[in-house]
Design a protein. Structure first.
Length: 384
């Protein structure tokens, strides 16, 4: 049997995909090779069968006073007659070590490591209305959910939340806020009463009024969201997120302000925005990203589409470090990562994959371009 055929068949065997006949052939091949009186196993075959396996068998035979290397040189007389006895004595050990070796390899295979896969997130959110009522949007019906004194709150067939002036008309001024919260593994879209559209990522909280009144339109964000702000030159739109406030008139931008990220990043796709942290102000242009670290804004040019990959249903990485990627996966798949044996420098990754694939698809892509391996156990994933 040629080496490339052996590799192909044994890989199929380790994946548990061989027929009964193929399984018999693999077992027979292993026993035949290891019990051969010439011990003529190539380096490629040793790699397949396990070098340590042959070593242990050699030890077993040597312990009986029969060195297989010496035996190779003795081709006549009693040594040849005794070989069947040596082989028979070692056969149980051979099979035992073979089973142990193959079991170890099976445990390392992706099919076993990813046996308990994790599904992607989806449209999930809880809305707490200004009057205190809570609505689980994942379980609620489509259509009007509430009427807040002139503002209709509606869930559309597409799974969006819409605040709009109701047919009854008239609105009452109030300082009370609505709170829209997405869990880990959730996302949602809301249309505010002024026509501004907001896409909310996993693990995010957005606070906003039912109806904007006064000189400014102000919302508060913790987490990540993409805004397409309705233009209104007389009423600037303000987004408060952590230590910064973003001021716009009408524009498209993304804010990432998760508490476990090293910076608050604001990426502008269209228009112009002003950032203010109480000490410094910074204006950025389309294609620029501002990172707030402590009291300082750092601005750089970026590919804006990379910042809103999540909104477009993708994971896109460009020379991105593993820890940053795992934080994103943790939020979207609602899993915890445990890092082990990662004292060496962690790799950076470039690539893209659908956000709606199961997590094993993403993990396999990461494994293909690095030495890391992932082991899924429920909602905990170990990285080695």
């Amino acid at each position: 049997m040629k080496t490339h055929h052996i590799k192909s068949l044994i890989k199929k065997y380790l994946d548990g995909k061989t027929s009964a006949k193929e399984t018999f052939l693999v077992d027979a091949y292993i026993e035949d090779q290891l019990a051969s009186n010439t011990w003529n196993i190539s380096e490629a075959e040793k790699e397949i069968l396990g070098i340590d396996l042959k070593y242990k068998i050699d030890q077993k035979l040597s312990a009986s006073g029969n060195n297989p290397l010496t035996y190779e040189k003795t081709v006549k007389g009693k040594a040849r007659q005794l070989w069947p006895l040596f082989a028979a004595a070692a056969m149980t050990t051979i099979i035992g070590f073979t089973v142990l070796y193959l079991s170890r390899v099976r445990k390392e295979s992706p099919e076993v490591r990813f046996a308990t896969d994790v599904k992607p997130g989806g449209n999930q959110a809880v809305l707490t209305l200004a009057d205190g009522r809570k609505i689980n949007l994942s379980a609620s019906h489509n259509g009007e959910l509430a009427n807040l004194k002139g503002i209709s709150v509606t869930k559309t067939v597409a799974g969006e939340l819409v605040f709009s002036l109701s047919k009854a008309g008239g609105t009452e001024k109030t300082d009370k806020q609505n709170i829209l919260e997405t869990p880990l593994g959730g996302q949602y879209r809301v249309n505010l009463s002024d026509g501004t559209q907001v896409w909310i990522n996993a693990g995010t909280t957005l606070k906003f009024p039912s109806h904007f009144s006064g000189a400014n339109r102000k919302v508060e964000l913790q987490g990540e969201a993409y805004f397409e702000v309705s233009k209104d030159s007389s009423h600037p739109f303000l987004v408060k997120s952590g230590l910064q406030e973003v001021k716009v008139l009408g524009t498209h931008f993304n804010i990432n302000s998760y508490s476990n990220e090293p910076f608050i990043t604001t990426t502008l796709l269209e228009g112009s925005i002003q950032l203010d942290n109480g000490l410094t102000q910074k204006i950025i242009a389309p294609g620029e990203q501002a990172s707030l670290n402590s009291n300082t804004f750092k601005v750089r040019e970026v590919e804006p589409a990379m910042a809103i990959d999540w909104k477009n249903g993708e994971f896109r990485f460009k020379n991105e470090n593993l820890k940053s990627i795992l934080r994103k996966l943790s939020r979207w798949y609602d899993v915890d990562f445990i890092m082990k044996n990662t004292t060496s420098e962690l790799p950076n990754f470039t690539g893209s994959v659908s956000r709606f694939d199961q997590i094993s698809v993403v993990l396999k892509m990461l494994e293909e371009t690095s030495n890391v391996k992932f082991y899924i156990s429920g909602k905990v994933i170990t990285v080695k």
